[in-house]
Design a protein around this ligand. Structure first.
Ligand code: NAD
Length: 289
C-alpha cells in the first residue's frame, strides 16, 4: 500500500521502518529534519509539506505528541487532502474527547478513521511488537488491522471511536497505582528486616503478585531484567507516565468516575517528574527510601 506517515520521532521512526519492511511504500512527514533524515535511511520517501505526503495515498498513519497537534494536523493537512476513501489511523496517545472529535470530522468528510494508541515503548516500536488498542467502526477496524499488524504483535478492537484511548489511559492509570504499591511494599518489607529477594519469592507466588513486581521489578537485582537494573534508564519515562495520568484524570472528570487512587498517583508522579522526568517510572521508589 501507499501509506503516509506523520510524526517520525522515537516511536514513529521505528513504526514507519516496519511498514517499509512489510513492503509498503511509505511517504514520511515530520517537522524535524533529523527525523526525516532517519526515515530516508529506513527506506521512506520524505516530504516537507504534509499535504504532498498524503496526496495519492491509501492510508495515513500518525504518531504525534498530543491532541492539539493531532487535531491541527488532521483538520489542516489530512482531511480533504488525502484521497477520498483513504483509511486514517492515529496511533498517538491523546485525550478521548479530541480523538472522538477528529474521527467525527474525518467521518463527516467520508473517511474511515480509528484511534489506535499503543502499549510498548521505543524498543517495541522498533521491533514491531507493539500492542494496538483500536477504537472505531467495525469497517474502519477491518481496514486498519492489516496495517497495524505490520507494526505490532497484537491488534485489539476496543469498540467505538475513542475507546482505544480509553483503554490505554485506564490501563496506564492501573499500572501507575500498581507500581507505587509495589514500591511501597518492597520498601516497607526491607525496613521491617526482610531481604528484597525473599519478599519477591513469597509475594510473587502470593496474592500481592502483579506485573510491576514480576515483570518490571523496581528493586535492582530482583526479578527479570528491568530498568531498575540499569540505573532506571530507558524503559517508560516518568514524564510519559505523568502525561497519561493527566489524560486519565481529565477523562475521569468528564465521565464522572471517581479515581481517588489515580488522582493520588498523578500527584506523586507530578512531584517526582519535576526533577526526574527522564527516569523510568519505576524510579519513583526513590521517593520512599
Ligand atoms: P517524540 O517527541 O519522539 O516524537 C514526536 C514527533 O512528532 C517528533 O519527531 C516531532 O518532530 C513530530 N511532530 C510534532 N509536531 C508535528 C507536526 N505538527 N507535524 C509533523 N510532525 C510533528 O515522541 P514519541 O516518544 O515518539 O511519542 C509519540 C506518541 O506516542 C505520543 O503520543 C506518546 O504519548 C506515545 N507513546 C510513546 C511511548 C514511548 O515510550 N515513547 C510509548 C507509548 C506511547
Amino acid at each position: 500500500m501507499k501509506i503516509a506517515f506523520i510524526g517520525l520521532g522515537n516511536m514513529g521512526g521505528g513504526m514507519a521502518a516496519n511498514l517499509v519492511k512489510a513492503g509498503h511504500e511509505v511517504r514520511a512527514f515530520d517537522l524535524a529534519e533529523p527525523a526525516l533524515a532517519a526515515a530516508r535511511e529506513n527506506g521512506c520517501e520524505t516530504f516537507t509539506d504534509p499535504k504532498e505526503a498524503v496526496a495519492g495515498v491509501e492510508a495515513v498513519v500518525s504518531m504525534l505528541p498530543n491532541g492539539a497537534i493531532v487535531k491541527a494536523v488532521f483538520e489542516n493537512d489530512v482531511i480533504g487532502h488525502a484521497p477520498e476513501g483513504a483509511i486514517l489511523l492515529d496511533c498517538s496517545t491523546i485525550d478521548v474527547a479530541t480523538a472522538r472529535e477528529v474521527i467525527a470530522a474525518a467521518e463527516a468528510a467520508g473517511y474511515d478513521m480509528v484511534d489506535a494508541p499503543v502499549s510498548g515503548g521505543i524498543a517495541a516500536a522498533a521491533g514491531g511488537t507493539l500492542t494496538f488498542m483500536v477504537g472505531g467502526s467495525e469497517q474502519a477496524f477491518q481496514r486498519a488491522e492489516p496495517i497495524l499488524q505490520a507494526m505490532g504483535k497484537a491488534v485489539i478492537h476496543a469498540g467505538d471511536a475513542g475507546n482505544g484511548q480509553a483503554a490505554k489511559i485506564c490501563n496506564n492509570m492501573l499500572l501507575a497505582i500498581q507500581m507505587i504499591g509495589t514500591c511501597e511494599a518492597f520498601t516497607m518489607a526491607q525496613k521491617l528486616g526482610l531481604d528484597p529477594q525473599t519478599f519477591y519469592d513469597i509475594s510473587s507466588v502470593s496474592s500481592g503478585q502483579c506485573w510491576s513486581m514480576t515483570s518490571y521489578c523496581p528493586v535492582p537485582g530482583v526479578g527479570p531484567q528491568s530498568p531498575s537494573d540499569n540505573g532506571y534508564q530507558g524503559g517508560f519515562a516518568t514524564a510519559l507516565m505523568l502525561k497519561d495520568l493527566r489524560l486519565a484524570m481529565e477523562a475521569a472528570e468528564t465521565a464522572g468516575s471517581p479515581t481517588p487512587l489515580g488522582g493520588h498517583a498523578k500527584e506523586l508522579y507530578e512531584a517526582f517528574a519535576a526533577e526526574n522526568g527522564g527516569l523510568d517510572f519505576s524510579a519513583i521508589i526513590k521517593t520512599l527510601r
